[in-house]
Design a binder for this molecule. Structure first.
Ligand code: C2E
Ligand code: MG
Ligand code: MG
Length: 618
């Protein structure tokens, strides 16, 4: 046969092999075996191998060896097998050749400068005389080499060289295809998994719920339950200790949930910043679910060590059943979420089963949000006032404004019933402005009746203290009522001052320069740093009522309250105790030198007219 005929025959054989559907399906080692076997058969050789560069690139490593003399050695080669590692430093000329030449065709391998470094240890031992090596290029990148060896001296022909190069090209195509599959898989992973926890994401959860709900409906048997698990107060951790701490907490919780063994556990997903979902199938024992939920809560309550601190984290869990509570996957999700919100409103760290009442609530939350938007357009929210008394509890010192909403159907709503909705809807700044206008209008109204109200204390939200326009707004509203800014005091919670320090401190400084006083609210509940406290212009601390509740019986609360009073002294701040409800609280606080008292012991928050008649009628 003439060279061209041989060439055509070889290429036809290679095409038939590599374009065959069953070849494409083969795993990589079997593909390599088939290619190498074809090559040795067509060229009448006994030994051929495929080598590749590991990431180190200081060597090539044999990936597949075909040896007719020792057929039992035909295999993937173990990476550790030193015989099958060729180092660049031992064979510099060979490495230079494979990286520069299209095909390295060596007729006299033992004497050729490119290959003679193999002579003593290899060529003579294996009785090899000629070598034909075709580098494998993935694009510009040299990734390996196909190595053909002959035990008789052979002057490589054009068809030999051409086939070796074609085999190398086929392997390069395989590499490209595999790389493409890998990146597709990586992309799939990103689409379906959460990178922080490695758990399924919301999209996967939706897919899975859709699949399970269809299956249960079709077979008319089986059930599932969806737990919506929300980490309480993660925002506080993020704000106080930084986003990395928040991520660490989430990753740890994900891990703990992952490790949980549970009959019927189907899919665990991370479906939001601080939210997980757990699907459980066909739970049969009635108490099983209760136990499972308790187990989850117990695991998560174990302290989580982050940034050198032990954090105590709790969760609120919403539970929704299929087919009991809903008909579709989307309803299942919304039901579990609504139940979770219910659990949160009940005070967090608990679980709630979805029921018709919650269904109502979920709908009404949506309605309430729209109504709130409308009310804010006309500055229609009101404020109640609660007195803050001197340390003896007899003299009015100042008054705290607490927002209320007189709803046409539901009556007076307190902040807990709508602040979250306002926050979720991005309405906190507007709400704050509305409260301020009300407070200043009341001050002016009292003045017009010749009553000079004491300092009026107004709560600021975290959204407000991040708004550079806030100081200007305060000045404008006061000016409008001819009220000095110094008649106002602002309360900011510990958590609200965790954002961008330079912005917050500028805003707070400006409020103080304008004459207002600043108090830190609900002190002791957040993760505030003392250095922040010291460098912001606060003049008073309000101790959170959770510490006052159990005074004087609870030793821990006594110790904490005492240390807050001491801290305030050290920083030159005055101290207010919130939630003073009885004589015992009052007596203890008086004894410990607390400056001011606020709580039901003196009065609940009152509507403005009642407050006036209570404290300013003759
Ligand atoms: P806060 O600023 O710490 O207000 C004190 C809360 O404790 C008030 O609840 C008050 O009614 C309640 N309280 C006072 N004394 C006692 C007591 O002796 N025992 C008990 N159990 N509770 C007592 P309220 O009015 O429901 O306000 C709740 C929270 O809503 C406030 O906590 C404040 O953080 C927020 N808030 C209220 N009004 C506004 C506002 O205009 N703007 C902003 N951003 N937040 C507000
Ligand atoms: Mg307050
Ligand atoms: Mg407070």
């Amino acid at each position: 046969m003439r060279d061209t005929e041989i060439l055509v025959t070889h290429h036809k054989a290679l095409m038939e092999l590599s374009h065959n559907a069953s070849f494409i399906e083969l795993p990589r080692p079997r593909k390599l075996a088939a290619l190498v076997e074809l090559c040795t058969r067509l060229l009448g050789l006994k030994r051929a191998s495929v080598w590749l560069f590991p990431p180190e690139r200081d060597r090539i490593r044999c990936e597949w060896l075909h040896d007719e003399e020792q057929p039992d050695r035909n295999s993937c080669i173990s990476q550790k097998d030193s015989e099958f590692n060729l180092f660049r430093s031992d064979h510099p000329e060979y490495f230079r050749a494979i990286s520069e030449e299209r095909v390295v065709a060596v007729n006299d391998a033992r004497n050729d400068i490119r290959t003679r470094s193999f002579d003593r240890d290899y060529l003579s031992v294996q009785n090899i005389h000629s070598m034909l090596d075709a580098p494998i290029f993935d694009g510009e990148h040299l990734s390996g080499v196909v190595c053909l060896e002959s035990d008789v001296r052979r002057d490589w022909s054009v068809p030999d060289i051409s086939l070796a190069a074609a085999i190398a090209d086929t392997i390069s195509l395989m590499n490209t295809h595999e790389a493409w599959l890998r990146s597709k898989r990586a992309l799939e992973y990103v689409r379906h998994y959460d990178s922080l926890t490695g758990l399924a994401n919301m999209e996967s959860l939706r897919d899975r719920l859709g699949h399970l709900v269809r299956k249960i409906t079709r077979r008319n048997t089986g059930s599932l339950v969806l737990l919506w698990i929300d980490v309480d107060r993660l925002k506080t951790i993020n704000d106080g200790l930084g986003p990395q701490a928040g991520d660490d907490v989430i990753a740890e919780i994900g891990q703990r949930l992952k490790e949980m063994q549970l009959a019927g556990k189907d899919l665990l997903a991370r479906i939001g910043g601080d939210e997980f979902a757990l699907v459980i199938r066909n739970y049969t024992l009635p108490d099983f679910l209760d136990e499972a939920i308790q187990d989850i809560q117990h695991r998560i309550r174990q302290p989580i060590r982050v940034s050198g601190q032990n954090l105590n984290v709790s969760t609120s869990i919403g539970v929704c059943h299929f087919p009991g509570d809903c008909q579709e996957p989307e309803e299942l999700l919304r039901g579990a979420e609504a139940a979770m919100y219910h659990a949160k409103r009940q005070g967090r760290d608990r679980s709630t089963l979805f029921d018709s009442e919650i269904q109502m609530t979920a709908r009404s939350r949506f309605a309430l949000e729209n109504e709130l938007r409308e009310v804010l357009k006309v500055d229609g929210l009101d404020v109640f006032y609660q007195p803050i008394m001197d340390r003896t509890g007899t003299q009015l010192e100042s008054m705290e404004a607490l927002v209320r909403w007189q709803h046409p159907e539901r009556g007076w709503l307190s902040p807990i019933e709508f602040l979250d909705i306002a926050r979720g809807a991005g309405l906190m700044y507007e709400l704050g402005a509305c409260v301020l206008k009300r407070v200043c209008a009341h001050w002016r109204d009292a003045k017009d009746r010749n009553i000079l109200l004491p300092t009026m204390s107004v709560n600021l939200s975290s959204e407000q203290v991040l708004m550079p326009e806030l100081p200007e707004l305060v000045q404008q509203i006061c000016h409008h009522q001819s009220m000095p800014v110094s008649a106002l005091q602002f309360e900011v919670t510990e958590d609200s001052i965790q954002g961008d320090f330079s912005i917050i401190s500028r805003i707070l400084e400006q409020l103080v320069e304008a004459g207002a006083e600043l108090a830190i609210d609900d002190f002791g509940t957040g993760y505030s740093s003392l250095s922040r406290l010291k460098s912001l212009p606060f003049s008073r601390i309000k101790i959170d009522r959770s510490f006052i509740n159990n005074l004087p019986d609870d030793e821990n609360d006594c110790a904490i309250t005492l240390s807050i009073i001491g801290l305030a002294r050290g920083l030159g701040l005055s101290v207010v105790a919130e939630g003073v409800e009885n004589d015992a609280h009052e007596a203890w606080l008086f004894d410990k030198g607390c400056d001011y008292l606020q709580g039901y012991r003196y009065s609940k928050p009152l509507p403005y007219p009642e407050f006036l008649s209570c404290y300013f009628s003759d």
